[in-house]
Structures are given as C-alpha cells and as structure tokens.
Design a protein around this ligand. Structure first.
Ligand code: SF4
Length: 362
C-alpha cells in the first residue's frame, strides 16, 4: 500500500469561525401560523406518504405545519434547499429541493439559478455553496454546525506541508474550511477521491485531512499518499468487532461502509463507498438485510424509499448535522439568517480548487 505517512498537530483546534452576519439586508417576514388542522393535514398528506415508513403518525402533527410553512416561504424567498444525505427524513424528504452527498450538493450549488440557497448540512457545505455562488445569498440554519474533519486542519498547516514536500500537489477533501481549500490544488469528495488523486499525473500526493479516507485511497492506487491525522468523529466510532457481531448474528447480512471508517472496519465490509454510492448500491441490490456503516439518519432516508429492505441501524448520529431542524430552517427563511460570508480573495482561490474537481470528467 503506497501510504507514506500521516501528519497532524493534534485535534484540539477550536471550531473555525462559521461565517457571520453581513452582506445584503433582507426584511424579516411574519412568522407563519404553525397550527395543526384539517387544511394542513390535507395539504401535506402527499409528503407524509413519503416518510410514513420511518416517521410515526403521532409525530407528523408537529412536523407538518413547519413543512407547509417552509415550502411556502421557500417559494416567496426564491430559495432552494440543499440537504445532505445525513439530514433527518422530514427535512430530506419533505422540504429539500436537492439531496445528495457533498459532491452532488456542490454540483447543484454550482447549477442553481435560485437567488437564495439554504444549506441543510454543515458549515463547510454552506461555505462551498457560497464559494461557487459569490453573488447569491447562502444561508445555514445553525451557524454552529461544524465538522471534526474541517476542524482538524488550518491553512497554516497546509502551507507547512507544502514547504516540507515542495512540488507535491495538495488534494483536500471538501470537508475543510474555505481557507484550507484556497491553499489546495484541487478538492475531492469521498465519491471521487481516487479519480482526483489519479487525475494529477503525480507519483506522490498530499491528501488532507482525513487519514482513513487517505488510507482507503492509498489501498486503491499506486500513487504515494502523504496524509493528515484528521478523523470524522462519527465514523471513527465504528469498530470491526461490532461488524463481526452483526455478521455472526446473521451470516447473510450485507455490510456497507463509508471510507471515513478506520481500515479494520472497512476490512469487514462487503462494499465501501461514499454516501451516494452506498445508496446506489442498496437501490440496485435491494438486500434483505443491510447495515449502513455511516451516519444513522441515512438509513432512515433510504428506508423511506425502500420499505422492503431491512436496515440494521448502529445509531451513530453526527451532532453537527443534527443541529439543523425544521424550526431552524423556518427561522432561517423568515429572518434570512445565518448568512454565510467568505472573504472574496479566499473564495476566488478556493473556487479554483472546487471547480477543478467539479469539472473533472466522471
Ligand atoms: S459525519 Fe463526520 S465528516 Fe460528516 S459532518 Fe459529521 S463530523 Fe463531519
């Protein structure tokens, strides 16, 4: 395996600043009524039908008024909602215009003609949307929605690595701040990491900041990988023992894992892939019983679509993704907050790295 080394300063850096108020001023709109009544029930029935396999009927009277209000305000504001695969089913299925993994959301952000983008995901995703749409308003419903990977590395760290390995290209996972992207040659996601690494024509690549994704890529290529000791706090919690336990309890069970998991966990899996690739795998094979070794809400979202598949749910939730809720999305549209702001000079440099990835031929 051409894995050279993993560097890192320790993971105690505080969360980076997550945007801030600024840019244009939008007047707040009145808060819509949030009563549960026969009209709301009738007008949202088609949306509840999408999630009834995973959301009990008793919970819908709480969600439905928010869903109705968000969809109406979204139209009034000329907004689109982008939701990551880790969002909860009522967000993913009932208010989102586009859903997907980081790469799919970045592509949608690049294409959208909407004036306002509401990012239901974590901050680096909203920042990526802003980098690709400097003239649009990008909102995140909770500015504290961070990511342990984005927190693990700074632009200074990238500059030090460049000094230590002169001439070696830098690939950064999109799970990084705008400042880190700005110091990079190209970005990648877990969907395209291998393709990006091999696209550079270099026998050696600095791959940041996810050590486990770097090790997974190194296992698939002859390119030598220099990595960083960043980890996803959700995926690093899975253990190989846990997966062997599932296999012993049901030898026919299918185990599919995200490459942010440690290598011994991936060694127990039947398939390794990004969230989008995991969903495609389940859609194509429709296994009787499957464990998705990733953030727990994704199984709910796929279950809503494929009720015939039995999902075993090791419930590792991402606390950052779970900061995004229907009430906060509604607040976001009522008050046009929190607006994501990226320094234009940094955004311009970061955009080169993100667009270089988006324009890679798949
Ligand atoms: S699941 Fe992991 S990589 Fe994804 S946002 Fe949460 S902490 Fe970051």
């Amino acid at each position: 395996m051409p894995f050279l080394a993993a560097f890192g300063p320790g993971l105690d850096r505080p969360l980076p600043a997550v945007g801030g108020a600024g840019g244009r001023r939008f007047p707040s709109l009145p808060m819509p009524p949030l009563d549960w009544n026969a009209t709301v029930e009738r007008e949202t029935a088609h949306l509840y039908a999408r999630i009834k396999a995973v959301v009990p009927a008793v919970e819908w009277p709480f969600f439905a008024p928010y869903v109705k209000a968000i969809n109406e305000l979204k139209a009034a504001r000329g907004a689109v909602i982008l939701a990551h695969n880790y969002q909860t089913p009522e967000i993913y299925n009932c208010v989102a215009d586009f859903v997907g993994d980081s790469l799919q959301l970045a592509r949608e952000a690049a294409k959208t003609r909407a004036a306002v983008i509401v990012q239901c995901g974590v901050h680096f995703m909203a920042e990526t949307a802003k980098i690709l749409n400097p003239d649009k308003t990008v909102l995140i419903p909770d500015r504290r929605a961070g990511c342990s990977l984005a927190q693990a590395i700074s632009a200074d760290d990238v500059r030090l690595l460049r000094e230590r390995f002169p001439g070696v290209p830098v690939v950064t996972y999109v799970n990084t701040s705008a400042e880190v992207k700005a110091e990079s040659d190209i970005c990648c996601t877990s969907s395209n990491a291998l393709q990006v690494v091999e696209s550079l024509g270099s026998d050696k690549v600095i791959f940041l900041p996810d050590e486990y994704l770097a090790r997974y890529v190194a296992s698939q290529t002859d390119v030598k990988i220099i990595a960083w000791k960043g980890h996803c706090e959700v995926h690093e919690r899975f253990t190989a023992d846990e997966l062997r336990g599932y296999r012993e309890s049901d030898p026919a069970i299918q185990i599919i894992a995200h490459p942010e998991c440690p290598p011994d966990v991936l060694a127990e899996a039947d398939f390794t892939g990004s969230t989008a690739h995991m969903i495609d795998w389940v859609r194509a094979r429709k296994p009787r019983r499957v464990v998705m070794v990733t953030e727990c809400s994704m199984a709910d979202n796929v279950q809503a679509e494929l009720p015939e598949v039995q999902f075993v749910r090791p419930c590792n939730l991402c606390p950052h993704m779970k900061r995004i809720t229907l009430p906060k999305i509604l607040d976001s549209l009522v008050h046009m907050q929190e607006e994501v702001v990226v320094d234009p000079a940094i955004a311009a440099k970061a955009r080169r790295a993100v667009e270089r990835m988006i324009h890679l031929k798949s």
